[in-house]
Ligand binder design. Sequence first.
Ligand code: GDP
Length: 533
Amino acid sequence: MKDLSNRPDLPAEIARRRTFAIISHPDAGKTTLTEKFLLFGGAIQMAGQVRAKGEARRTRSDFMKLEQDRGISVSASAMSFEFGPYRFNLVDTPGHSDFSEDTYRTLTAVDAAIMVIDGAKGVESQTRKLFEVCRLRDLPILTFCNKMDREARDTFEIIDEIQENLAIDVTPASWPIGMGRDFLGCYDILNDRLELMDRADRNRVAESIKIEGLDDPKLAQHVPAEQLSKLREELEMAKELLPAFDRKSFLEGHLTPIWFGSAINSFGVKELMSGIGDFGPEPQPQTAAERQIAPEEGKVAGFVFKVQANMDPKHRDRVAFVRLASGHFERGMKLLHVRSKKPMAVSNPVLFLAADRELAEEAWAGDIIGIPNHGQLRIGDALTEGEALKFTGIPSFAPELLQNVRAGDPMKAKHLEKALMQFAEEGAAKVFKPSIGSGFVVGVVGPLQFDVLASRIEIEYSLPVRFEQSQFTSARWVTGPKADVEKFVNANKGHIAHDHDGDIVYLTRLQWDIDRIERDHPALKLSATKEMM
Ligand code: GDP
């Protein structure tokens, strides 16, 4: 068996886990790659056909998209599958192209990310944004340069662009031979193999030929002379110009290995998967305000990084996704819900094995489990075996765009309230109920979030809604001594609202107002973001 980690002291079950996300710009091939992962992970039998591009396609998670478009049941934001000696946990990042809070939070639950780029387009805007979030956490990044079966850019140019644009060193794990119509396959630099693409069957893995160095005569049997001399020349140059693979610098997030391939042709996918497995990282320590939580600690601790409602519209259930930071979890365990200080029996946790939801009998540090609940579990909540931990690093975002929302049918105002509260709990938007008047003010960080919300309210609650310009442009949470807050609220009724937790928010359109309040009421604190706990 391979050395599963550079942490031989870790329990084997933890050491073999790899928890990661895929980041990319829309259309680079994330869904296709995910599908091939599941195929090679034994989670699905056959990859489906190319789907139609519908309007709603980016409004929900990519896994749901997979489910709807290809008729395979994945139904989750996190999926687990086996690959060789490894257990992979792939956490979905939502697909829509706007700035997404959800995506940022998702990245707090993983130990590594795969960056997929389109070989013809290189580093695109959304990739760059997501990459920056990964960098904030020094996440190790593996790069997959997709669509090599199409006309792509010159290999050095692609690598240069990543290095320049993202300020990260790039080391080739494989090297493409030809491109577009002439794309033959890759030279696997890390394992000295020739990988040839099978164009006839998209779900078949390519032929793999062991090669003894670049002078091996076997190369000439498979690669035409012209392409071979180009390959030799380029590899020579790559060796001179580019850094060699170095695991430490990869794990620290300074160096990304790049694989070239074609997800739709299943080409390069297995090599990438082996890369994640062999180079890691294994589950990493997580940071709480009190201390670092090491994965091998005996006691279970975990945090909620995502809440998803209406996974099954018939049941209106909610699932909180928990990243286990430490320990060995077993079904039925009683854990402390730190925020409410109440014990919680976790009797029907779900693990998302692509075939379907399955009851999780056990889970280990690094795993993601889903806990069905009726709203007790919120983003940022900690579950432990008794210790009052507060996990840090789950970002909260200032709502920068405010709009009023109304139900198309005024009789349905109560329904609307329910829908909005649910999205607020999911962390999909901030919802404020002004203390004067009817209706709600919704706050988001990117304009597309309004469209996503409107479409979800319509689909999940059969409720057409209208978003309209709000008279307010800024929201600030008000905290301070009770008497001061009360006095302030009474004197500013027209500006006061409550969020879904009942906390007090001051709405205004003038920065000047905020400055004035801070000056006149030194006891009060106005914050643009609200702590998740
Ligand atoms: P996503 O938006 O990143 O999830 O991208 P998709 O996986 O939906 O892929 C976008 C489009 O690119 C789809 O039409 C895919 O069929 C196509 N595509 C994905 N991978 C490849 C590839 O390796 N080669 C080619 N030619 N097309 C691909």
